[in-house]
Design a protein around this ligand. Sequence first.
Ligand SMILES: NC(=O)c1ccc[n+]([C@@H]2O[C@H](COP(=O)([O-])OP(=O)(O)OC[C@H]3O[C@@H](n4cnc5c(N)ncnc54)[C@H](OP(=O)(O)O)[C@@H]3O)[C@@H](O)[C@H]2O)c1
Length: 317
Amino acid sequence: MKAARIHHFGTPEVIVIEDVPRPTPVAGQVLVRVASAGVGPWDALIRQGKSAVNSPLPLTLGSDLSGTIEALGPGVTQFRPGDEVYGVTNPEFIGAHAEFALASSKMVALKPESLSFTEAASVPVVAVTAWQMLFEYGKVQSGQIVLILGAGGNVGGYAVQFASQSGLHVFATSSSDDAQYVRSLGATTVIDYEHDRFEEVIPMVDVVLDMVGGDTRERSLKMIRPGGILVSVVSKPMPNPNDLTNIRTVFFLAEVTTDRLDLITNLFKQRKLIPRVGTVLPLEQVRTAHHMLGGAPHKRGKIVLSIADVVSPPGNG
Ligand SMILES: NC(=O)c1ccc[n+]([C@@H]2O[C@H](COP(=O)([O-])OP(=O)(O)OC[C@H]3O[C@@H](n4cnc5c(N)ncnc54)[C@H](OP(=O)(O)O)[C@@H]3O)[C@@H](O)[C@H]2O)c1
């Protein structure tokens, strides 16, 4: 089978499409015939050897996937061959950019019927990350004020949808290109980060969700009320201790699980969530996808690799 692999860390040019043996699932794993696979900033970090999660080389890139169950490892009873699933491969965020991928059976779920395979592959890491930021780490409650940094991005888009539907006042930063989109997802106020400083526009907030890091994140600390929290998925915040009076900061790595995916699936069933697929490329153009992660022009939204045409049976999405 074909797989997008790296033998060295480096630029997108280190990625090679190779023929490798089709893997066999062991206990607790499923083998997925991959239809589509998402490409995200963490794939670039792994390619560069800068990920918070280290895996030995060589490795196959990719974590987000959608497809059909091809085979079950011993002890896996919750899926059947042919089931249409979406999710991620493993806690190391690797192995999905291939024609077949092994996945932990606890990290995939039945695909929402309303989503195509391409749409489904765009969802798992970013939607679950946004869910965990808001509800598990931010512990938000209706009526609170949240500032979402990087709301025009893939995690940010889900964070805005979850927050606005939970009765929060949502202040969001994005580029002007994404402002209308972010507003359409339910943000109360969108601040154009290229032209305006959010601290001159927003009130004090209860929670900051950080998808940007750096100076933007540092500035946001001054806008958090005592007792509030900054939740980052970019890196561990190292703020000035003077900024931390009665404020908590947290960084975490997303944990995509069947249970969390089922929650997200339910929201898609109720038509409460909108996915945003950007550029779609074949597996052979995975280097181009990585150049896009690095800033090359692309359609806004999640970059997805289309790996195989999988036709759903009638009535199945
Ligand atoms: N810890 C974890 O488990 C985890 C999980 C998921 C994601 N992440 C991390 O979270 C970050 C976001 O991921 P993503 O998939 O949402 O990436 P993404 O789709 O590229 O989104 C990033 C967004 O931030 C915007 N942005 C850049 N600079 C900004 C600024 N100063 N102010 C406001 N917005 C700004 C970008 O806008 P423009 O395109 O207009 O510049 C883009 O819309 C990445 O660093 C990723 O690695 C971590």
